[in-house]
Design a protein around this ligand. Structure first.
Ligand SMILES: Cc1ncc(C[n+]2csc(CCOP(=O)(O)OP(=O)(O)O)c2C)c(N)n1
Ligand code: SF4
Ligand SMILES: [Mg+2]
Length: 252
């Protein structure tokens, strides 16, 4: 029988020690792995630029072996828009952001890049809080969730979570929007498919594309890695359903 690798370190993963490593069970590393694989499978490593915001995921800027730039917290949408317009259609511009980065301080850059139909792709990691700064409420914190700024659980006084994928998908300038998770091998495969499709929309020059990825934060959720995956299935997915929300080949 022919032997085939089904897992392992992706070719584009730079094997270097991290200044700020991910906590055990954090899926930022899983997301980076998926990104490396998708860029590799599309053969776009030589003409891709990663525009990375500020958060625990910032380490993606050194881990993925493509050109990258780390920008001010919340500004990837603006910087990526400018880079795409300057570098032209053959450069694949990808933003790599957290839910705090893309939807709180960076809400305006994200939504307006989508509305302008910038030919860029945003991957947003939703872990339901500001992981880096100690687990404060984010625009994605679900109702009842305990964070350091909602010690009794999020209630109506703190408002409601933002379903970015559905909202962004409703904008005319958007070619593709989808939400995935890495709670099982099947979901990993599906999420990779979404990531690939989003990049293909950019390669084909259709319009803005957006993929939200549900991710664990065991450190701030005070759960084990296994419990964190269960929490995504039981508490996060009901609020943030998985799937494709927009997929068009032409914006008209
Ligand atoms: C302009 C600015 N404001 C605030 C901060 C502090 N800060 C650093 S990371 C962060 C939140 C990160 O949250 P998120 O984007 O969800 O990433 P995560 O760490 O959860 O992956 C904040 C508020 C900053 N670095 N710069
Ligand atoms: S604080 Fe949370 S998001 Fe940040 S590395 Fe640790 S588990 Fe991951
Ligand atoms: Mg976050």
């Amino acid at each position: 029988m022919e032997e085939k690798w089904i897992t392992g370190t992706p070719r584009l993963w730079r094997d270097i020690p991290l200044i700020i490593p991910f906590c055990p069970g954090c899926q930022h590393g899983t997301a980076v792995k998926a990104l490396c694989e998708v860029i590799d499978e599309l053969g776009i490593e030589g003409n891709s630029v990663l525009v990375v915001g500020v958060g625990c995921y910032t380490m993606a800027s050194v881990l993925v072996n493509v050109d990258s730039i780390m920008v001010a917290h919340g500004r990837p949408g603006d910087v990526a828009s400018a880079m795409k317009r300057i570098l032209g259609k053959d450069t694949i511009v990808i933003t790599w952001q957290g839910d705090g980065d893309a939807l709180a301080i960076g809400c305006e850059p994200t939504i307006h890049a989508a509305a302008r139909s910038e030919k860029i792709t945003t991957f947003m990691i939703n872990n339901g809080n500001y992981g880096t700064t100690g687990g404060q409420l984010a625009p994605t914190t679900v109702m009842g969730q305990v964070t350091t700024t909602t010690p009794f659980g999020r209630n109506q006084d703190q408002g409601y979570p933002i379903q970015a994928t559905e909202f962004i998908g409703s904008l005319k300038g958007v070619a593709y929007s989808a939400r995935g998770a890495f709670t099982s091998p099947a979901n990993y495969k599906k999420t990779k498919k979404y990531m690939k499709k989003a990049l293909e929309k950019q390669i084909d020059g259709v319009g803005y594309s957006f993929v939200e990825i549900l991710s664990t934060c065991p450190a701030n959720w005070h759960l084990s890695p296994k419990e964190s995956l269960k929490r995504i299935e039981e508490e996060v997915i009901p609020e943030f359903p998985l799937g494709e929300f927009k997929d068009v080949d032409k914006i008209e």
